[in-house]
Design a protein around this ligand. Structure first.
Ligand code: ATP
Length: 354
């Protein structure tokens, strides 16, 4: 018998609802593992986040970072708590530090409607919303987060949008590559009519596009993109944008498919990758056992795709099919979607389908 391929996965449950949803993600990973031949998962847990800061004074200890680097993939819950802040007043965000330290430049946010019951839009059938937002995750306006805190008596505060050629080229290339594998349509979201940095981004988008003649393109200003995503989400396949615009539009897009609890994400680099639900720690529902674990479970599917092993890829498809099968019954929903199921019950239902 052939020796199975073992993939190592760093598990960072984090704060707030992170541990609740990660428990269900791991449950589903173990359930799908049983269906796969020749693939095994070795899970390594690390404590990272605001809770870890309270314990050790460092929200992302060096040992945890090195542990993550050594693994094939990283599965993350959510991090940060409103009351735990740096002396400057900002919240700790080790998940963003991880993106920068591991050069995870490609934020992948698939937005897919599994059941018409879950969208606030009218007349949308299954499959009517199915697009991917690609968010640049290492520069853009977020790079200003490294600026020093603004003194209380300051008369001026500025944050700068940073766009580098290397950063713009690699993110646009990822977007075109993905579009080429999907419906061959790629939309650039920018603000090229106002900001020179965005006109530069657009120029690079056009240059990279010459290598992908089969992909149709569209350029949309970010304000119009917000409108069109609500009015005609079916018109989009892959959208690519800078960090901050991607942050905002991803939340809007999650609203189209049932909210933060339904939106998975991946932060991909060339060597490392983090998989996590798009939502944060949701302190308002932490510890109540009612968080929706589906975003995390679908992030596990993204992780299985990333491992680039045929059996793992089959596992990703099995997970998505199990989610679809459970959501076919509108009664099987957590309270964010109007149901009464607990976090654990949703995980059990999906694992049982596997
Ligand atoms: P962050 O700043 O990290 O995004 P946040 O607390 O501002 O964190 P989220 O954690 O994303 O934002 O939550 C926004 C709202 O969505 C909260 O009111 C929360 O109750 C709800 N929410 C988020 N995730 C889930 C989930 N998995 N299940 C149910 N509701 C959720």
């Amino acid at each position: 018998m052939n020796t199975p391929t073992t993939f190592t996965v760093a598990v960072l449950a984090g704060d707030g609802i992170g541990p609740d949803v990660i428990a269900e993600g791991v449950k589903v990973l173990r359930a799908v593992e049983k269906q796969l031949s020749g693939v095994r998962f070795e899970l390594r847990e690390f404590s990272v986040g605001a809770g870890e800061y309270l314990r050790s004074g460092d929200p992302l200890p060096a040992g945890a970072l090195e542990g993550c680097r050594a693994c094939d993939a990283i599965l993350l819950g959510a991090m940060g708590l409103p009351d735990v802040r740096w002396p400057s007043g900002v919240e700790m965000t080790p998940q963003i530090d991880l993106r920068e330290k591991l050069d995870l430049y490609c934020g992948l946010r698939p937005i897919k409607l599994y059941h018409p019951h879950d969208t606030p839009l009218k007349n949308v059938g299954p499959g009517g919303i199915d697009f991917v937002i690609i968010r640049e995750s290492t520069e853009g306006l977020f790079s200003a987060r490294h600026n020093s805190a603004v003194p209380a008596d300051a008369e001026l505060a500025t944050d700068t949008m940073r766009i580098t050629r290397v950063g713009a080229e690699r993110i646009c290339r990822r977007a075109y590559e993905l579009a080429a594998q999907r419906r061959r349509h790629c939309t650039l979201v920018d603000k090229a009519n106002v900001l020179p940095s965005m006109a530069y981004f657009r120029r690079i988008f056009d240059e990279v596009g010459r290598d992908f003649p089969t992909v149709q393109t569209l350029r949309v200003y970010v304000d119009a993109a917000a409108l069109y995503l609500v009015q005609k989400p079916h018109a989009f396949d892959v959208l690519v944008t800078e960090n901050m615009f991607g942050d905002i539009l991803s939340d809007l897009a999650a609203g189209l498919i049932g909210g933060m609890g339904m939106a998975p994400s991946a932060d991909l680099g060339d060597r490392h990758a983090v998989f996590q639900p798009s939502h944060g720690t949701a302190p308002d529902i932490a510890g109540k056992g009612i968080a929706n674990p589906i975003a995390t479970i679908l992030s596990v599917a993204l992780m299985l795709d990333w491992l680039k092993h045929p059996e793992a890829r089959r596992g990703a498809e099995l997970v998505r099919q199990a989610v679809a099968a459970v959501l076919a019954n509108p009664a099987d929903r957590t309270p964010d979607l109007g149901g009464t199921r607990t976090t654990e019950q949703m995980g059990d239902l999906i694992a049982a389908r596997l």
